[in-house]
Design a protein around this ligand. Structure first.
Ligand code: NAP
Length: 477
């Protein structure tokens, strides 16, 4: 069904995400002429503001969060904006909103950038006001629940008003260039696919490391923890992209059908296959920082670090562990995928042993792809050929200099406006993700597991190193 929105209704239009990401992304799309000149953007939030006041608010956000050289057409962009104050818990407030948006709402795209407990009243209000029609697309920000049961409740509430083909669940990692490039790397090159299985791959590592601590999301984070905040969504999506079978096309259903098979094949985690941690005071990049309990002002059992040894139970990945690790207050901000190949079956060189090849896909802060290869060290080799591991390096910004590198939300907002669901998460994926995460939490509960402490600025508790070492693996650092 072809779709192109003529109106975008943005709930949470005064929030942090709208200011830092959504308004700058929309302005960038406008500047580059990528959105229809007719598209109107209607902001909605609780604060009482006129259209003019909201435009001033948006201008201030763009000046703060958008590079000056990208703001050339900002004034023109601001003219697209209008605003309606709405308390979504007040059904009567949706009448004036519908008037502002204009009915019928066939070509309306809606973005809910609000807390998920507001989704249900928002949807009720939208339905009552005639803003949830057949054609309307709706996009939901994470977190979609805190376990499988709550995620189902949210999904049921949305499904009461919108068919699955109109629901766009955000995992902003899928909007990142390097994440999409993983698909290009795997499926547009002949080189990797024949080796991409248990016969040639020893293990996979996925790391999402943050240097920041609790920041401003105190209550949310303490109620969630690293497993639910990072692993349930971003890291499992990365794992699914690494492990999935080749889809028959780059269409929304073909890609998501393959991802969900991987998510359903995740083996329930056993005790001893996970480590949790919580940071204490330490130093990150030379700056002394307090511990999690000090930032929080009380004791807590919430994990700020988690390391897991996961298994995908299918033919392709039999016996290949996927090591996942994420945490706050780690030494570097880095998101990367490491594919560790097996050693050559027989060495003909008696000088140096060949190290197995390794493919490192850097997602942030550097977007690069490095394949480590063995090479001969120049020389006369009287004692046997001397070998050394050398990197075959592709820095994506250099390889594509002159191309604008877009932030994830630019891509995702444009896809929403144009109705393309490929980079959004389908209900069965979210629920398979939660089912696996719930299993891990049940094990933790059964084992009475409490997070081990680690110093801020370290790579987490030593037990995380031991988890990998027991399998003969070292974390890539
Ligand atoms: P936020 O800064 O707290 O903003 C919340 C927004 O919701 C504000 O615009 C607020 O309006 C509006 N709102 C609150 N109660 C409302 C009500 N009863 N009726 C109508 N509007 C109401 O939150 P945020 O950081 O932008 O995050 C929004 C969503 O995105 C959350 O689900 C969050 O988990 C998710 N998310 C955020 C980030 C991020 O980087 N910020 C990243 C990933 C996901 P007023 O200000 O006018 O009261």
């Amino acid at each position: 069904m072809s779709f192109r929105a003529d109106r975008l209704l943005l709930f949470g239009a005064t929030g942090d995400l709208a200011q830092r990401m959504l308004l700058p992304s929309l302005c960038a799309l406008h500047t580059d002429g990528l959105i229809d000149p007719e598209l109107r953007i209607i902001g909605a939030a609780r604060s009482d503001m006129s259209d003019g006041e909201y435009r001033n608010f948006a201008r201030a956000s763009l000046e703060k969060f958008m590079p000056a050289e990208r703001r050339g057409r900002m004034a023109d962009f601001l003219n697209r904006l209008s605003y309606q104050h709405v308390d979504v818990n007040d059904l009567a407030a949706f009448g004036p909103l519908a008037e502002k948006v204009g009915l019928p709402a066939e070509r309306l795209a809606i973005f809910l950038s609000t807390a998920p407990d507001l989704f249900r009243p928002t949807i009720k209000g939208l339905m009552q006001a005639g803003l949830a029609n057949n054609g309307t697309r709706i996009s939901l920000e994470k977190p979609l629940g805190h376990d499988l049961a709550s995620s189902r409740e949210i999904n049921d509430a949305v499904a009461a008003a919108f068919p699955e083909g109109c629901i766009f669940r955000i995992d902003h990692y899928l909007g990142k260039e390097t994440v999409q490039n993983l698909l290009a790397l795997r499926f547009a090159n002949l080189l990797f696919e024949p080796l991409w299985n248990a016969q040639y791959i020893d293990h996979v590592q996925i790391t999402v490391a943050e240097t920041v601590g609790l920041e401003s999301r105190v209550d949310f984070y303490d109620g969630a923890g690293a497993l639910r905040d990072m692993v349930q969504n971003h890291m499992l999506q990365l794992l699914a992209l690494v492990a999935m079978e080749p889809p028959s096309s780059f269409s929304a259903d073909a890609v998501r059908d393959e991802k969900v098979k991987v998510l359903r094949a995740l083996r329930r985690m056993e005790s001893g296959e996970s480590v949790t941690g919580q940071y204490r005071a330490g130093a990150v990049s030379g700056t002394i920082v307090p511990g999690y309990d000090e930032e929080l002002g009380r004791d807590s059992n919430t994990e700020t670090f988690v390391a897991l040894k996961a298994h995908v139970d299918n033919w392709r990945w039999k016996g290949v562990p996927f090591y996942l690790r994420t945490g706050k207050r780690l030494p570097q901000r880095v998101t990367e995928i490491v594919v560790q190949f097996r050693p050559v079956p027989h060495s003909i060189f008696n000088g140096t042993k060949a190290k197995p090849n390794r493919l490192v896909i850097g997602i942030q802060p550097e977007e690069n792809i490095t394949l480590s290869l063995m090479s001969k060290v120049p020389g006369l080799d009287r004692q046997g050929m001397s070998l050394r591991q050398v990197p075959l390096d592709i820095a994506m910004p250099d390889a594509f200099s002159g191309k604008v590198r877009r932030i994830a939300y630019e891509r995702l907002l444009l896809d929403l406006i144009e109705g393309d669901q490929t980079l959004f998460v389908r209900r069965d994926e979210v629920e398979a993700q939660w089912a696996w995460i719930d299993g891990i939490r049940e094990e933790w509960h059964k084992d009475g597991m409490a997070p081990k402490t680690y110093s801020a600025g370290s790579w987490g508790p030593s037990a995380a190193i031991a988890l990998a070492e027991r399998g003969g693996v070292s974390w890539h650092e």
